[in-house]
Every structure is written in structure tokens, then in C-alpha cells.
Design a protein around this ligand. Structure first.
Ligand SMILES: [Zn+2]
Length: 450
């Protein structure tokens, strides 16, 4: 009796351990991280990006090659882990060993990569890895984490007109070299390997071939041309073989019978294709973007923040910061790459407690601004003023404009019950006079929270 109870307890314990191993395993499946984009916005962005990119690359126009890649791609993307995005698979005429996928599904494989694969599972492995970046939404996850001023407003749909990719380009988010959307972190690489292994297993390809191929390419970097490109946007997370081997142990057993046996034939076709017509390299943007020439609307609307209220032209946009009292007001195109304001108004509260010396607090703020922007300098003495019945200082500053040339930065610092409230009015030097009446109306609308 005692023994059998003991035995039963042992079985229960084993069952419990197995269940907890399963639970642990369930937690190990990579999931998409923090994201401000909706899945639909991933898809829209990828579509727009694909249309742009396809103007600059040569796609292979061979039915047999295209059907081959599409067949492998469809087989992989029908795995539940691929999360049902509208995937497409195309072959780029390019010797470098590379592949990439845009948010929402458009996936591209270079001819160089197809030629470098030793078997179909290796080729499928790279595609499965790319599918995993799409399903895990790594590109827009990284863009979301960059926390750029204005991203929330764009994604919230409050900016009318223009394509999503066009609006994101104004924040410096595009598909060019070193794009935040296409250059991944090591942890994203690790997750794409793990999910990619699951996708391969589901499709009937041996997942170890993905890790083997990546390790082989990594070993050849430096000795072989055209490999470095892939690893510059997909940095090696290390231990790929070991991690995928561990993953395979957890996966349902399958026979790996997906190989169509056609790789050698496809490689022969690719080798026989005539070189593609030369496409003109995409023109580097000639100089910085130019300042928008939209007249500010005469009508103002009010922004009500925690620490202050301020009115701004109703054809401008307000971009409140999620984590502070800071707000940026700008017309479309007024914010340039990486959130730099070239035309607009920035307001913020520099919190402090106790009695404030307005002159000293303003001088220290200007020093701080100079540290973050070495091109900033004062162009005259600051003068006393009164804003909403409170003492204020006005300083005229100048700095390099993101539109090229110099800009005026008129700084108004006001004593606020909880610190120094400051508002910076920004416009290119030559356009400042035209915006001054608007800036003055905005300043006279400023009301401090008491
Ligand atoms: Zn990757």
C-alpha cells in the first residue's frame, strides 16, 4: 500500500515535471514585442516600401525560378508561426549573399544566396528566418522603441494625407541603408532563429540546415565577397547550431521530406541568365530636405497639457511626449530626420523645487542646450518680459538648421510654480520674419497651470 502510493506519487511527479517543462517551453516561443504600429500598418508600410524598393532593384524574370521560390515560401509561410501575413517571395538579381523581408511580408532573396546554398533546406532556412522577422514584427518593434517625437501622431492617423512610409521618412524611418526597420539586434536574431526552426519543422525541412548555413557563411565572411551584407543587418547571435539543436528536441517529430530536389536545376538556370540591365543607383538625396512652405493657418486651436496650455495653428500638429511635459508643435515637414525640429515650437518644463532665480535658471538651461547642440549660440542679450502675468526672459539664439543654413531659435523662459517653463520658436533664419506673427500669437496664448 505504502509502496504503491509512493509509486503513484512518483508518476504524478513525473507528470508534473513534464507539464512544467511544457509550460517552460510555451514561454520560450518568441512573441512580438512592444509595438506602436498596428499589424495593418506593418502591411501597409511593407507594401509601400516594396513599391519603392522594386524601382531600384532587378527582379529575376524567370517563371521557373520564381515558381520555385514561391513554392518554398508558401510552404513555410503556411506554418501557424508565420501568423498569416500576406507574404510574397521574389528573387533579386544580385551576387551578394543576402535576403531581406519588409514589415508585413514582402520577402526578397538574392540570386547570390540561392547559388551559395548547398541544399534546399538551407535556402528554406534563410526564408524561414526572414518570415520570422515579419511575424515577430522586429522592424516596427525597433522603430517603436526609438520613441521618436511624432511617431504616435502619425500612427494614430491624425496626420492627414501622404503615404505612411512618406510620413515615417520625415522622422528618418525609411528602407535605406542602416534602416531601423531592417537592421536587427542580436536578440531579434536569436528569436528569428528559434521561430524559423519551428517554421521549418512544420514545413518539413530540417531546421539544423538553417543554423549550419548561417555558420558556414559567417565562417566565410572576409574570405568570400558578398557575405558581409547579410550579417551587417542580421548580426550573429552566437551558438546558432546549439540553440537550434535544443529547439529541435522540443519540436514534434517529423520526416523532413519537403525538398523538391530542384535546387541544382534552379542554380543552373540562374548561372545561365544574361546579366540584368544596369539600373541607376538610387540618387542620394540632394542635400537636406527643404523647409515646408505651408502658410500657418490663421485659426488657432488649443493644446491643454498638464503644466500649461498653448494655442497653435490648426494646420499644425501637436506631438506631446509620453513621458514628460514636453510638447512639439510643427507643420507637416517641420520635423526632420531623427525628430529634429526645423520649423515649429518646442515647449517643456524643467522641474525644480524651491525659489528660482530666473536669470540663473535660464543661463543654465542655455548651457544645457548648447551641450546637446554645439552649433547653438546667443546672438544678443536676453530681455525681461512677462508671460501670463509671470516674470519671463526672452533670449535670441541661432543654430544649424536641419534644412541647411542657420535657424533662429527664440527662447522664452517663464517662472512656473513647478520650475522653468520654456518655449523655443524655431524657423530657418530667412523664414523667421514670416512666422513671427504666428509665434507671437502662440506666445500670448500661453497659460500656466497654477
Ligand atoms: Zn535576421
Amino acid at each position: 500500500m505504502r509502496r504503491s502510493v509512493g509509486l503513484k506519487g512518483g508518476i504524478l511527479l513525473v507528470a508534473a515535471l513534464a507539464a512544467s517543462a511544457l509550460a517552460l517551453y510555451a514561454q520560450r516561443i518568441p512573441r512580438p514585442g512592444f509595438n506602436l504600429f498596428s499589424k495593418e500598418q506593418d502591411i501597409q508600410l511593407g507594401k509601400e516600401g516594396a513599391a519603392e524598393i522594386e524601382k531600384q532593384i532587378n527582379l529575376v524574370d524567370n517563371r521557373e525560378v520564381n515558381e520555385y521560390i514561391e513554392r518554398i515560401g508558401r510552404r513555410l509561410s503556411s506554418a501557424p508561426e508565420a501568423d498569416n501575413y500576406p507574404y510574397s517571395f521574389k528573387v533579386v538579381f544580385d551576387d551578394s549573399i543576402n535576403a531581406f523581408a519588409l514589415p508585413g511580408g514582402p520577402t526578397y532573396v538574392h540570386t547570390g544566396l540561392i547559388l551559395a546554398a548547398e541544399n534546399e533546406a538551407q535556402l528554406a532556412g534563410v526564408i524561414a528566418h526572414e518570415i520570422s522577422h515579419v511575424a515577430l514584427r522586429h522592424g516596427t518593434n525597433q522603430a517603436s522603441k526609438a520613441n521618436l517625437i511624432g511617431l504616435g501622431a502619425i500612427l494614430g492617423g491624425s496626420l492627414a494625407g501622404g503615404s505612411l512610409s512618406g510620413q515615417l521618412a520625415q522622422l528618418g524611418i525609411g528602407f535605406g541603408a542602416n534602416s531601423v526597420l531592417l537592421k536587427f539586434s542580436r536578440s531579434a536574431e536569436r528569436d528569428a532563429d528559434i521561430l524559423g526552426a519551428r517554421i521549418m519543422n512544420h514545413a518539413g525541412y530540417n531546421p539544423i540546415e538553417m543554423a549550419r548555413f548561417f555558420e558556414k557563411l559567417e565562417a566565410e565572411t572576409g574570405r568570400r565577397s558578398g557575405v558581409a551584407e547579410f550579417f551587417s543587418s542580421h548580426p550573429n547571435p552566437g551558438n546558432r547550431m546549439k540553440r537550434v539543436e535544443e529547439e529541435i528536441r522540443f519540436l514534434p517529430k517529423r520526416t523532413y521530406d519537403a525538398d523538391t530536389g530542384q535546387l541544382a536545376r534552379i542554380q543552373a538556370i540562374l548561372k545561365g541568365l544574361p546579366p540584368p540591365p544596369k539600373k541607376e543607383a538610387p540618387k542620394a538625396q540632394a542635400g537636406p530636405a527643404s523647409a515646408p512652405r505651408v502658410e500657418p493657418s490663421g485659426k488657432l486651436r488649443e493644446f491643454q497639457g498638464r503644466e500649461f496650455a498653448l494655442s497653435y495653428p490648426d494646420n499644425w500638429q501637436a506631438y506631446p511626449d509620453r513621458n514628460s511635459a514636453a510638447v512639439t508643435f510643427a507643420p507637416q515637414g517641420g520635423i526632420v530626420s531623427n525628430g529634429q525640429v526645423g520649423l515649429g515650437v518646442i515647449a517643456n518644463l524643467r522641474a525644480s523645487s524651491g525659489r528660482m532665480d530666473l536669470e540663473r535658471a535660464t543661463a543654465s538651461l542655455i548651457e544645457e542646450l548648447k551641450r546637446s547642440n554645439p552649433s547653438l549660440r546667443e546672438t544678443g542679450r536676453s530681455r525681461r518680459a512677462s508671460v501670463d502675468g509671470r516674470p519671463a526672459l526672452v533670449a535670441t539664439l541661432e543654430s544649424d538648421s536641419p534644412f541647411g543654413g542657420r535657424e533662429t531659435d527664440l527662447l522664452v523662459a517663464v517662472e512656473h510654480p513647478r520650475g522653468l517653463l520654456y518655449v523655443v520658436f524655431v524657423a530657418p533664419l530667412d523664414q523667421y520674419p514670416a512666422h513671427q506673427p504666428t509665434f507671437e500669437r502662440m506666445l500670448s496664448s500661453l497659460r500656466l497651470a497654477r
